[in-house]
Structures are given as C-alpha cells and as structure tokens.
Design a protein around this ligand. Sequence first.
Ligand SMILES: Nc1ncnc2c1ncn2[C@@H]1O[C@H](COP(=O)(O)OP(=O)(O)O)[C@@H](O)[C@H]1O
Ligand SMILES: [Mg+2]
Length: 269
Amino acid sequence: MERIKEAISKARNSQGLKEQIKSRAQVDIHRDELNNDEITYQETKVVQLDTKHLENNRIVTFDSEDPDSVAFDILRTQILTKMKENNWRTLAITSPTPECGKTVVALNLAMSIAKQTEHTALLVDFDLRKPRISQYLGLPAGKSLFDFLENKAEIKDVLVNPGLPRLVVLPNTTPVRNAAETLTSRRIKSMVTDLRDRYESRVIIFDLPPLMAADDAMAFLPQVDCVLLIVASDESTPAEIKESRRQLQSSNLIGVVLNKSHEKQSHYY
Ligand SMILES: Nc1ncnc2c1ncn2[C@@H]1O[C@H](COP(=O)(O)OP(=O)(O)O)[C@@H](O)[C@H]1O
Ligand SMILES: [Mg+2]
C-alpha cells in the first residue's frame, strides 16, 4: 500500500500536471437546443435509466443526493480546472490492467461533469474488446459504435442521452476485433476529429482498454489531449504503475486515481 502511494505521488509530480494556463473551454450544443440550461434533444435518442441498476453498478453521480458522489465531484473539479488551464477538451481513461474501475470512474465522472450547468459531456466507449458502458447504464438494445464501424449506422443514430440534460453517450455493445487497428483507422480518426470540432468545448471522455493487456490504448492516446490513470488499491502493483507511467511518458498525464481504496471518507467535510 505504501509503495503504491509512493508511486502515485511520483505520478502526481509528473510533467503532465505542471502544464500552464492557456484558455477556457466553452459550452457548445450542436443541433440540440439549449433552453434555460436544459437541452431539448431533437436528434439524440433519450433513454430513461433505472436508478437501482445504476446503484448496483456503482454509478453514484446520477443521484446528486448519493453521498458517494462527492468524491467524484471533487475529482471532476480538479480535472476540469486542469483541462481549462491547458485548453484540453478530450480526456482518456486507462489503467495498468483490467478491472481497476475505468468504466465506473468514466461514467461517474461524465455524469458529474454534465451536472455542472456550464458543461456538457460526451462519453465514448473505446474499450473495443470489453465494452461495458451500455451494460452498466442498462441501455436498451439499439445501434452502437459497432454498427457505425460496419457502415450500418451514422454517429447521430448511435448517440444516446441517458436522462441527464447535458450528457451524451456513444455506447458499444459488440466487441470489435483488430481493436488497435480500428482505433487508429482513418474512420475513427475522422470521427474523433468530427466529434471534437462539431461539439466544440464539450468535454469528451474516452473509456479506453488497459495499457498492459494490448497496444490499443497506446495506439489511441496520440489522439487525445490528456489521460487519467486509474489504479486499484491492493491490485495494481508498483511495477505495473511504473510501467504504465513509462508508457504514458509522451502523453499529458492529468492525474492518477487510487480506486477501490479501503480508507473511509468522511461525509462531513
Ligand atoms: N471503487 C470501487 N470499489 C469496489 N469495486 C469497484 C470500484 N470501482 C469499480 N469496482 C468494480 O470493479 C469491477 C471492474 O470495474 P470496471 O469499471 O468495469 O473496470 P475496468 O473498466 O477498469 O475494467 C466492477 O465489478 C466494478 O463494479
Ligand atoms: Mg471497462
């Protein structure tokens, strides 16, 4: 545990955390209308979520009253501050190995960002081998990223608004073979550029695969502004964290989240 903390502390002092202030992100709602802080979705499919299912899947920020959402709100503020300082709009989430909690953090963070009236968030499931966002949200069957990659759907037909006004999700329901090749393909590159340009100033979060299982994440990272590393307490070893940091040397590491910690947090400030 001490060694993990030491590794995290080193990661915190990394180059990525020392970037300087440049300018501020703004909110942009493409095609959908913003009225009195509420978006009326004209093109994006709106889905109502089951709060019990979310709770069972550790999605705690959907319900603002959930005391566990506070930790994610703090993380959100830290991340948004650094992203604004550097004029970054795209954030990748990865981890050394599977099961560290990337998808849980990505979903909670995206919802927490979307709850701030001056922000909108787009969450993209790019863990092509193990897509879980749709399952954790309990989305009904429908077209997903896989259909887009197969030329069977347009992106606008795949996007979902899961009931929170300023959140849009790009889910995937079918694992994709040749994941690294797909993530670096011209089709994905132009989709990412299109989403970034069309949704100017919307924060885009990419839920990526782990770093050490395959080269998918590393292959995609040059396309994002910054990266958040999730490590799991008692699971991620110092060697894995060190190796992950080495792999992230040429990326802007915005921070490291120690997930699955046993330390109790105070709900009372
Ligand atoms: N903070 C946490 N405490 C306990 N279990 C967690 C925590 N975060 C995630 N998990 C659980 O760990 C498992 C893996 O989480 P997931 O987000 O799917 O990981 P990844 O996307 O990194 O593979 C899930 O069963 C999830 O509910
Ligand atoms: Mg995942």
